[in-house]
Structure formats: C-alpha cells, structure tokens
Design a protein around this ligand. Structure first.
Ligand SMILES: [Zn+2]
Length: 482
C-alpha cells in the first residue's frame, strides 16, 4: 500500500521543540503514513497542502481513565444522590440497582468512545472489567488508540457478584476469593499478550486490579511480579473515597497507599485513578506519608475531578501532588465524558483547593492532558507533535464565539472551549472525526436504543438492593411528574 504523505496548514499548531510545547503560527504539519515527519514555518516549494484556515492543530489528548461499556448507568439517576452512611457515596448501594442489561454494553462503548473522541482525545485508557474484550474490539473498530485493562479482583470474571455488599445501608461486608483473583491475573496477562498482535498495535492491554479493597495484598504482589516479567503496565482505583480509606485502616491497619507500597505495586508504570483520599487531606485527620510514597515511586494519578466534585469531594491539591513528583494526568471516568470540560474542571478545582489563581495553570493542565499521559503509558511518541511521533492530533475551529479572540490557544481551549470546537481528530494519521462527527457512529440511533434499554432497567430497580424502592423514590425527579 502506498504511504500517505500530506501537509496541513493552520493558523496555530502546538508543536514540540524537543523540550516543551510551543505555538507555531501560520505553519505546516507534515505527516507521512502514521507519523509526524516535521513541522515547518514555510511549506517546501511546490508541495500541495490543505489549508485549515482559522484553526489550531493540537496533540491528541490522552484520557487516562474511563469505563465505556458501563458509563451511562449513573446518568440521570445518581446525580444529587448518595448514602450519607457511606459519606454520600453512590458506589456501595446505588450502583448495582440500575442495569440496562448486557446488550447495552456495546451501545454504551460505542457512544462513549465517540464522546471521548469528540472532545479531542486520540488515546484512551479503558479501565476494563467484565466487558474488556468488547471494549478492546470496539476501540479497534472505531480507530481510537486504546490501552484496555483487564479487571483483577478476588471474585468472578463477569463481576456478577459484588465483593462488597450492604444489607442494611450502613455496614459493608466483603467476600474475598483469592484463588479466583489469581485466575483473573492470569487472564489479564493472556489478554494483554493477545492484544500485542493487534493490527497496527493501536490497542494494548493493561493489568487492572479493580480497587485496593477488592484484592488481597498477595494479589497485588503477584500483579507487580507479572507486570515486571511481561512488561505490561498497571492501573488501579486507589484511595478513591473515604470508605476505601477507612476500610483499609480497619482491615489492614494501613492506608490504601501503604497497601500499594508494601505490596510493591507502586512504580512509574502504575496509573492510579482518583487517589484523592490520602493522609494530609483536609477531611482525613491522619498524618502520614502517602503523598511522599507516591512521589518517590513516580506514579501517575489519573485525576478525574468532575465525578468527585459532583459528590462534594476533591483532590488536595493538583499543585501539591505535582510538587512531590507525582505525574498528573486527566481522566473522564464517568459522565459527561467531555475531556475539555474535565480539563477545565481540573484547572479550576486546582485553583480553588490551592487558594490561588497561580496554583494551576492552563499550561499545567495541557501538559497533564498530553505528555504526562504519554509518560504514564511509557510512550515517548504520543502527546506531542514532533518528528517521529505518532500522527495523533486534533483540529480545533477558532472562528466561533467560544474561542475568539485567540492569542494563547491553550488558555482559550482550557478556559473557554467546549467539544463543539473540535472539528477533526486524527489517529495514526487517519482522520476518524470530521466536521465534529465520528466515522461509523450514528449518535441518534445509538442514543435511541440506549434510552429504551435504560427505561426497562429503571423499572427493575425495585427488585434489587436492600432498599427495594422504585427508581423515583431512590432518585426523586428534579421536577416531579404531573
Ligand atoms: Zn473508575
């Protein structure tokens, strides 16, 4: 097959000069096949080029945490709800009550990956779980670059039986099946090895212990050994909320971070989702060395500010984490999966918790969304536009009310843009989002199917959980039915 070779001209291109992102004005990006060849101030004489006009070309964002096949279960239901006995969390006795069934997994995965692409992401870390294979296959078909975790937990593969359970709405019981957990680890290694042969190497695997409190310490130790032996990265939900912190202390006499440290899990190849409930957090009256341990190990935190903020929580602080040596990245986790909105939330929550406009900047967040994400995945060829890097980039329209006037592309993007400004996304040099639409995705049709499945699922909420309540009692409508 003949290699594709093309030049794109844009008013602004954010290029990498070997050390940092720089703003190239009225320049050209040269792409051959799947790679960036060069960027130019002037196009080589006689070379044809496409002039994108009043637009900016940016490195494709790297979304470090999401759950495509099950992401929409909480929408229009869990917001403004929570169990006060679990510090307002909806994770323990709300999540399992609504299901749109197995057949919704593919629809959700397609819609969610499209939603993520439409906000300028070229790479996504899919946490994975019972539908990891389906998620990997869907990512492959849509054309996004993906790292897909295989859930490792001390329980069944399909996660049909929860490891934690509450029969009364205030206490939690745990049933660990370590043998089954070790089987999950073996499957995870096989899954990642199998993906190594995927066409173009765009979809890869990760080991994904689901939480510190759904794995035994021995499982975490063996996960580290397997990661080192096979050169596979690891991702985990860690120090996610106050229940996890408290449970870890009660069960093990250690914080979740200490559990990860003592089992050897911490390392530069570890991506921890959330990681907000650590010693030194203003709502945890415990001194300790959590942040120090994380910084010394050079782990990455996938900061997902929206889902935490929606329940009144936040990480403290983006600046502090960065200062101790933690590599900060951004993830969308649940909904909305609008990466630009998530990035803005990270910038603003960073300022609020740091009590200063200088605590986080658009620059900090842009680096988190690009090169920090690439570093987390051990990739020197992602997150930046430089010769030899993958041709993963987005085209942002500037001729609209949300971006104009533009002097500093990154500031306008982080503080003002929405995903409606994202016109195109290229992965491996191939345009998979054009005119704001994801190739091969019929958004209206998929949304219609999903609505029907959830309407059926909401009706069954009363059959589940200790509450035995209708959906409208579990989550009263903001405006009651008339
Ligand atoms: Zn998550």
């Amino acid at each position: 097959m003949e290699k594709e070779h093309y030049f794109l001209k844009a008013k602004y291109i954010i290029v990498w000069d070997g050390e940092k992102h720089c703003q190239l004005e009225n320049g050209y990006l040269e792409v051959q096949d799947t790679q960036i060849v060069a960027f130019h101030q002037n196009v080589p004489k006689g070379a044809p080029y496409e002039d994108l006009g009043n637009a900016a070309i940016l490195p494709g964002f790297i979304n470090l945490h999401c759950h495509p096949s099950e992401v929409y279960g909480g929408r229009s239901y869990k917001e403004d709800q929570g169990n006060p006995n679990f510090y307002d969390s909806t994770m323990y006795d709300y999540a399992g009550l609504v299901s749109a069934g197995k057949e919704s997994a593919l629809i959700q995965a397609k819609l969610n990956l499209a939603e993520i692409l439409k906000s300028g992401c070229a790479t996504v870390l899919i946490f994975g779980g019972p539908e990891s294979e389906l998620e990997a296959q869907t990512a492959e078909e849509i054309g996004i670059r993906a790292y897909v975790g295989w859930g490792i937990r001390a329980g069944d593969a399909k996660e049909e039986i929860s490891i934690w359970d509450s029969q009364d709405g205030h206490s939690l019981t745990f049933s660990f099946d370590e043998k089954s957990g070790m089987e999950r680890l073996e499957e995870a290694v096989a899954f990642a090895k199998n993906l190594e042969g995927s066409p173009g190497g765009r979809v890869k695997g990760l080991l994904a212990p689901t939480q510190t409190m759904t794995c035994t310490e021995e499982m975490l130790r063996q996960t580290r050994k397997a990661a080192d032996k096979h050169g596979i990265g690891i991702t985990i939900h860690g120090s996610e909320d106050f229940i996890e912190f408290e449970t870890s202390i009660r069960q093990r006499g250690k914080t979740p971070v200490e559990v990860m440290h003592e089992s050897g899990l911490l390392g530069e190849d570890l991506i921890i989702a959330h990681c907000c409930c650590v010693t030194g957090h203003s709502q945890i009256n415990m001194r300790g060395r959590d942040l120090l341990l994380l910084g010394q190990a050079g782990v990455t935190v996938a900061h997902c500010p929206m889902v935490l903020a929606r329940e009144g929580d936040t990480l403290e602080t983006f600046e502090r984490y960065s200062q101790v040596g933690i590599n900060m990245g951004i993830g969308t986790d649940t909904f909305p999966s609008d990466f630009i909105q998530e990035a803005r939330m990270a910038a603003i929550m960073g300022k609020i918790t740091g009590r200063s406009t200088f605590a986080t900047s658009a620059r900090d967040i842009f680096y988190a969304a690009t090169v920090n994400g690439a570093h987390a995945l051990g990739r020197n060829d992602l997150g930046k536009l430089a010769p030899g890097c993958k041709a993963d980039f987005s085209v942002i329209k500037l001729d609209n009310m949300e971006m104009t006037p533009v002097r500093d592309v990154v500031k306008s993007l982080i503080y003002s843009a929405t995903r409606h400004s994202v016109d195109r996304v290229y992965v491996d040099g191939r345009c998979i989002v054009r005119d704001g639409k994801v190739k091969g995705i019929d958004e209206a049709d998929l949304s219609g199917q999903l609505q029907e499945l959830f309407e059926a699922g909401w009706k069954k909420a009363k059959e589940k959980g200790w509450q035995r309540k209708e959906i409208d009692a579990l989550s009263p409508l903001s405006c009651p039915k008339i």
